[in-house]
Design a binder for this molecule. Structure first.
Ligand code: ZN
Length: 460
């Protein structure tokens, strides 16, 4: 299980078409995971889920746990199948699923909140749809300048004054992260994250990590990185002890005496589990030496796949550098997931750099904010309220195939009719699944660059 086979490679860059074997069908990559935070895709009735073209979803461990949904999911299995397919039944989705580790939500509640850098999409100020975010008192207009590479020097100087590590409202220790939810004190640790993710039962699970902020100093990022590495070892150990599947080839992982793995530590081999694949998350912020250190450390652990997470810097250029440093130090024959990124241009840029899978709230969240993705760009339904046309003539979604027009959708939105959210969501999902499918075809036919040029006319 969890074999990753590269089927085709682009000639001019690192893009690859591959298949990843999971207990719930083969996942053909590149692919985007749609976010089903609480095991549900917002605005989509569960009975409609099998009709969607979606091939991969990701659920959030933090939300499922704190809102006690994990108990309901686990209950579905009657405890008979600890690492089975419970979330698939709960979500009515019998295809590959992922669960995150909870690390990113913890970041959002901690430095993300106190430093005003918000979620990943907002780390790049120009992406904020309301005209930019205010980062530490820097007005939106100014914060947009931060992402202009020509101003790199100014940005560096400015950032130097912004970096700080104090004021995290959470208590992060080597043990784990302590926080309060509904007046209840909770502790999320590597072991707890693994335990919850086993109960959720997704096909791909992520190691618990400390996600740092772009405003943390080098020193803090370094400290957090060694904690993340220790936590990864604890995640692996927990699975080795608690996985109910047969452990095979325990000692076949690569060993290197010079690394920092302790002598009693056994690498997790690809066929360790038949039911869940653990992806390790490379951290290290925007610092090259830390990213290299992290990627090399994780490459030595023979896990089934890798995620690239944490602070991706302050600009797209930073993000591209981070991906390049990381990927060149990860095994070629393993899948690589980029956490929390999914703008159209980013998808092309990152696939060219060797990313296989993504997860992003953009398609579904923006749909609920009246933003539609079309072949002619991203459009605001409000501005299209007099346009008596379907969203995309070639789209096969439930809205376009029933000839729902912008006029009708704008009206449904203004009446807060739930069908508005449904139509917008199914359309954006169709747009993104079609995009990923055509990207896969283009890698095979070696036409990725021309496809990218075509899309970037409207999504630059
Ligand atoms: Zn459509």
């Amino acid at each position: 299980m969890f074999e990753f086979n590269i089927l085709s490679r682009a000639k001019k860059n690192k893009a690859r078409l591959a298949e990843f074997n999971t207990p719930h069908d083969k996942l053909i990559t590149p692919e985007l995971a749609f976010v089903a935070t609480e095991g549900e895709l917002k605005a989509i009735p569960k009975e409609y889920i099998p009709k969607l073209p979606v091939n991969l979803i990701i659920v959030n461990t933090y939300h499922l746990w704190t809102k006690k949904i994990v108990d309901k999911i686990y209950h579905l299995s009657n405890g008979r199948d600890l690492d089975g397919n419970t979330v698939h039944d709960y979500a009515n989705f019998q295809k590959p699923t992922m669960s995150d580790s909870g690390g990113f939500q913890v970041f959002s509640l901690g430095f993300g909140k106190s430093q005003g850098v918000g979620k990943i999409a907002n780390i790049f100020p120009e992406e904020d749809q309301k005209g930019g975010v205010e980062v530490l008192g820097i007005p939106a207009a100014r914060s947009r300048e931060l992402s202009n590479p020509k101003r790199a020097l100014t940005v560096k100087k400015l950032r130097q004054n912004l970096l700080f590590d104090t004021g995290n409202p959470l208590n992060i220790s080597d043990e784990g992260v302590e926080f309060t939810f509904n007046e209840e004190k909770l502790m999320l640790s590597p072991e707890k994250s693994m335990q919850i993710q086993q109960q959720i039962g997704a096909d791909i699970i992520f190691a618990f990590d400390e996600c740092t902020s772009p405003l943390n100093t080098y020193e803090y990022t370094k400290k957090a990185l060694s904690r993340t590495h220790e936590w990864l070892k604890r995640c692996v150990k927990y699975l080795q002890i608690n996985q109910r599947t047969v452990v095979r080839n325990q000692n076949s992982g690569k060993s290197d005496k010079s690394d920092s793995l302790s002598s009693d530590f056994r690498p997790l081999t690809s066929d360790f589990s038949e039911k869940q694949a653990l992806f390790a998350i490379v951290q290290g912020g925007e610092y090259e030496d830390l990213r290299l250190q992290s990627a090399k450390f994780m490459a030595k652990l023979d896990v089934p796949g890798y995620g690239i997470g944490g602070s991706l810097g302050m600009s797209k250029e930073d993000m591209h550098n981070i991906i390049d440093w990381t990927i060149s130090n990860l095994p070629e024959e393993k899948p690589r997931h980029l956490l929390g990124i999914g703008q159209v241009k980013d998808i092309f840029d990152c696939i060219e750099r060797g990313i296989d899978t993504f997860d992003c709230v953009i398609p579904t969240r923006e749909a609920r904010h009246r933003i539609l993705y079309t072949l002619k760009g991203r459009v605001n339904v409000k501005k299209m309220k007099n346009v008596d046309e379907v969203f995309d003539k070639t789209c096969r979604c439930a809205a376009c195939s029933q000839s729902v027009t912008f006029v009708q959708l704008a009206q449904l939105f203004s009446q807060k009719d739930p069908r508005a959210f449904f139509f917008a969501t199914v359309h954006n999902i169709q747009f993104y699944t079609d995009l990923m499918s055509i990207i896969r075809e283009s890698i095979e036919s070696n036409k990725l660059s021309s496809l990218k040029d075509k899309y970037l006319r409207y999504y630059s």
